[in-house]
Design a binder for this molecule. Structure first.
Ligand code: GLA
Length: 560
């Protein structure tokens, strides 16, 4: 084919594409194109909490450029809580704290943009922010308009006080989503809800990332607990093996912002960063970059490690081995290789071996050390990392680029975690999709004894301790929810406990059942409620360290 014919054919193809695309209703550019890889940036909270001002933030912007962080991919500079004035202006609009940010938000946004960075801001969908400053509730459009006019590119939306709004979480987030669309400015929406199940109730319809955990703190127990909400059973039934199947390009699980640089030493910082990269977690830096050591900057800008996080396949890593403190994770990559993390959380040093069959490979495979940036050679059948100390990691890339894609695990079939058949389904027999707090123990009280309420023993149920929540996906397929509830006879105290069945998450739902306050010794209360058409239900047990039971919780579905 000569070049003239080539041009003609491409011209025709172009014309056809224009016709097709103008005929199809415009897909939502915001939803489709933002955050195709996990967002990267700096957020002020872990470093400064509410003690932020424009001098500090500008200094951070400067260092993000001079340290090479921007060029390593950290695009967003996000102001967390504490940036706004205690009162809205006379027209009801948000305004910057006049002492901390005298030049205002537009000027700060301009400065951030002038450095080749993007501007992120925090707000809350309750009446107040978590720090008690003005929240967005009932100001949604005006506030999104203000953000757009200031040049905001990324919104972290918290949920403090949102339970008082009287809206379902999904109803409220839809409002935000639509308000953002109406501004015409693409802005990433980061759902900050302490891990209340956005992966389960459809956070990806509204935003690009959602929290899976409570707040992170600068010590390893907290780092590992947060990692476990996304990569383990911290928030979902162990059968899911983490939340990997709920993430992908444009929608990410967020085990909270980074504490790299705030931990005790380089080993801890590396373990934390490696895990976040493997879990395809958003990488929002949270240390004071003005005083960060070279070692910290080296970790945060480690090119080959970041590449694992930013891989275009967007497959979240998942655990393939766990015993005592030893864990192995696998993250299949777009180029046909796979990233493998060998982690020793245990206090004793350990050798850790990964077998190729655990990570979807076989035979002989080249191995590259991603922290050491060196090829380690060709390995037959397995690879052993020797003498990993506590919190020590080895992060390797295995395989030959250009090979067939390494298969990830199969997503969980719906019948495992939802209602698919007629008749009675015991909720003990399907997997909960979200949990928080200490729940459930199957067919035992939380204290480990047989379930017993008001002197009567029951065989089946969930033993729980307050505060706890368990969400089940009904998928619109259930008719009635039945159970009995009561304080377990093994509870020694005198406090009251409260059982509720809710139709959505803890920040925005309606109670379908409320036991009111229950005391130890009281007879179990029977529940028999209509749950027709509901997508999920949340079983909530509240009170001060009380032990109680959901006895024989089950769903009934009529034959239709
Ligand atoms: C919540 C969020 C934190 C931070 C603070 C600010 O606790 O989870 O990440 O934004 O609010 O008040």
């Amino acid at each position: 084919m000569n070049y003239k014919t080539g041009y003609k054919i491409s011209g025709i193809i172009l014309l056809i594409s224009i016709l097709i695309f103008s005929a199809v209703p415009k897909i939502n550019a915001q939803d489709r194109k933002l955050s195709l890889t996990p967002p990267m940036g700096f957020n002020s909270w872990n470093a400064f909490e509410a003690k932020i001002d424009e001098v500090k933030i500008k200094a951070i912007a400067d260092i993000m450029v001079s340290s090479g962080m921007r060029d390593a991919g950290y695009a967003y500079l996000v102001l967390d809580d504490g940036w706004m004035a205690a009162q809205r202006d006379s027209a009801g609009n948000l305004q910057a704290d006049p002492v901390k940010f005298p030049a205002g938000m537009k000027a700060l946004g301009d400065y951030i943009h002038s450095k080749g960075l993007q501007f992120g801001i925090y707000e809350c969908r309750g009446i107040k922010t978590c720090q008690g400053l003005p929240g967005c509730f009932k100001h949604e459009q005006a506030d999104m308009n203000s953000f757009a006019s200031w040049g905001v590119d990324y919104i972290k939306l918290d949920a403090c006080y949102a339970e008082k709004n009287g809206l379902l979480t999904t109803e409220h987030l839809k409002i935000f989503h639509d308000c953002i669309q109406r501004t015409g400015r693409p802005m990433v929406l980061s759902i900050s809800d302490f891990g209340n199940g956005a992966w389960a109730w459809g956070g990806k319809e509204f935003g690009q990332l959602w929290r899976t955990s409570y707040d992170i703190y600068p010590w390893m127990e907290s780092v590992y607990a947060c990692a476990n909400t996304s990569g383990g059973d911290g928030t979902s039934h162990p059968g899911f093996n983490g939340l990997w199947q709920f993430a992908g390009p444009g929608h990410w699980n967020d085990p909270d912002m980074l504490e790299v640089g705030n931990l005790k030493n380089e080993t801890e910082n590396r373990a934390h960063f490696s895990l976040w990269c493997m879990l395809a977690a958003p990488l929002m830096v949270g240390c004071d970059l003005r005083t960060a050591s070279d070692s910290v900057i080296r970790i945060l800008t480690a090119k080959e490690v970041i590449a694992i996080n930013q891989d275009s396949r967007g497959h979240q890593g998942y655990k393939v081995y766990q015993k005592r403190g030893i864990e192995i994770y696998n993250k299949p990559l777009a180029d046909g290789t796979t990233a493998v993390l060998l982690l020793n959380k245990d206090s004793l040093p350990a050798d850790i071996t990964v077998k190729w069959e655990q990570v979807g490979l076989k035979g002989t495979q080249p191995v590259r050390d991603l922290w050491g940036q060196k090829d380690l050679g060709i390995f037959n059948g397995s690879f052993k990392a020797k003498g990993l100390k506590q919190n020590g990691v080895m992060l390797i890339k295995v395989g030959t680029p250009g090979s067939e894609l390494v298969a990830g695990p199969e997503p969980t079939p719906l019948e495992k975690y939802s209602i698919t058949k007629s008749g009675t389904t015991s909720l003990r027999d399907i997997w909960y999709i979200m949990k928080s707090g200490d729940a459930p123990r199957y067919d035992k009280s939380h204290s480990g004894t047989n379930i017993s309420v008001g002197g009567i023993r029951y065989k089946k149920g969930f033993g729980c301790q307050t505060e706890s929540r368990i969400m089940f996906k009904l998928n619109g397929k259930a008719d009635r929810f039945k159970a009995s509830v009561g304080i377990d006879d093994s509870y020694k105290g005198t406090e009251t406990g409260n059982f509720r069945v809710l139709n959505e998450d803890a920040f925005g739902s309606r109670a379908l059942f409320d036991s009111k306050k229950m005391l130890k010794g009281a007879k179990a209360i029977n529940i028999d409620i209509d749950v027709k058409g509901l997508q999920f239900i949340l079983l909530e047990f509240r009170g001060k360290e009380i032990i109680g039971d959901w006895i024989d919780p089950r769903i009934e579905k009529e034959d239709r």
